[in-house]
Ligand binder design. Structure first.
Ligand SMILES: Cc1cc2nc3c(=O)[nH]c(=O)nc-3n(C[C@H](O)[C@H](O)[C@H](O)COP(=O)(O)OP(=O)(O)OC[C@H]3O[C@@H](n4cnc5c(N)ncnc54)[C@H](O)[C@@H]3O)c2cc1C
Length: 304
């Protein structure tokens, strides 16, 4: 119920405007958002590098309303890649295709993303393509596969374990050698396309994780669910999978204890590091995932 309420509020324009412009917003969001500027995002990536943690930088934004805004997203990400290269940081970038014009056309979107992937290829890095709501799954996978055909090794797809279709999508992507980040899924989806019960999503996650670890190409296990992470570790040990064949991924600011444990055990961990002014939908999805975050927020609000 709370999850649905926060996901509903995540698309409220008036609340978004008020919150993004509120003077207390930085205090409220600093646990999950690296900063408002690229410079602040890069500072966090540098600090994580010092802690042996890899990063993927996300310039916050989604669903642009004009191709000019899409071009702005492209330029912002090109600057991010330049800064990553200049500081020789172990970071990729993560993008949302609706930020690059997917609502206009697949072609326009592809044209905006290609310069980024060219830049990532030159740097021997990757562009990770986030998965949005199920309205976009087919179009996102079309763009992912066509970019992979042109730039093999420099694209990563994201698959959501809550969708019924995901096993078939993973098999298709693995057959093409496309790396996959596996997450549970963060949007409000109808039961016609997604498992409505969390237990089923979790069980599907475990099955898909094992499929990726045995048949995928350098998968990313993206979850903070301790039971799932521990089952992944058990499976990796049982199957004797080398630790350079996969990575764990988590979101900046979430389950820092588990993050530290994985790094101490010499597993690769990449954090998703969001920065920028358009933080509202991302932030609301994080609240939806964990009602306890609302208490954390309230405590911060009351603190002087
Ligand atoms: C690196 C990365 C990239 C992602 N990319 C995408 C994407 O492209 N598309 C997409 O739909 N989703 C994406 N997600 C979000 C994902 O789908 C889930 O919504 C989110 O990760 C929560 O699921 P979970 O696996 O952590 O399990 P959950 O069952 O939700 O949580 C397990 C435990 O993790 C901790 N936890 C989880 N979320 C929070 C939170 N917000 N605050 C505090 N603690 C929390 C709690 O201890 C909780 O009990 C991504 C997640 C990660 C880690």
């Amino acid at each position: 119920m709370l999850r649905r309420t926060f996901l509903y509020l995540s698309s409220s324009r008036s609340l978004r405007h008020w919150m993004e412009n509120s003077s207390i917003s930085r205090r409220l969001t600093s646990r999950f958002i690296a900063g408002r500027t690229l410079e602040e995002g890069i500072q966090v990536v540098k600090r994580l590098d010092g802690e042996h943690i890899l990063s993927t930088l996300d310039f916050l934004g989604e669903n642009v309303t004009s191709l000019a805004e899409a071009a702005h997203s492209k330029n912002s990400y090109l600057q991010a890649l330049e800064e990553i290269e200049r500081a020789a940081l172990p970071a990729t970038v993560s993008i949302k295709l609706t930020q690059f014009g997917l609502d206009f056309s697949e072609q326009a979107c592809c044209d905006n993303v290609v310069p980024l992937v060219e830049c990532a290829r030159r740097m021997n890095s990757r562009v990770e393509i986030d998965m949005e709501s199920s309205d976009y799954t087919d179009r996102t996978l079309n763009v992912v596969t066509s970019l992979h055909d042109r730039f093999p090794g420099h694209i990563r797809a994201v698959i959501q374990a809550y969708l019924y279709r995901s096993e078939a999508d993973i098999k298709m992507l693995s057959a093409k050698g496309i790396p996959v980040r596996l997450c549970k899924g963060a949007y409000s989806e109808p039961s016609t396309v997604a498992f409505p019960n969390k237990a089923d999503v979790d069980a599907n996650y475990v099955a898909l994780m094992k499929l990726l670890l045995t048949q995928g190409t350098y998968p990313a296990i993206a979850s903070h669910d301790e039971k799932i992470v521990r089952e992944g570790l058990r499976f990796i040990e049982e199957q004797k999978i080398a630790s350079d064949r996969f990575e764990f991924q988590m979101l900046y600011g979430i389950r820092r204890d588990l993050q530290r444990e994985l790094v101490a055990r010499n597993f690769r961990l990449r954090l998703y590091v969001p920065y920028g002014d358009a933080w509202y939908p991302y932030f609301m999805r994080r609240l939806a995932e964990r009602p306890a975050n609302v208490l954390f927020l309230a405590r911060n609000l009351l603190r002087n």
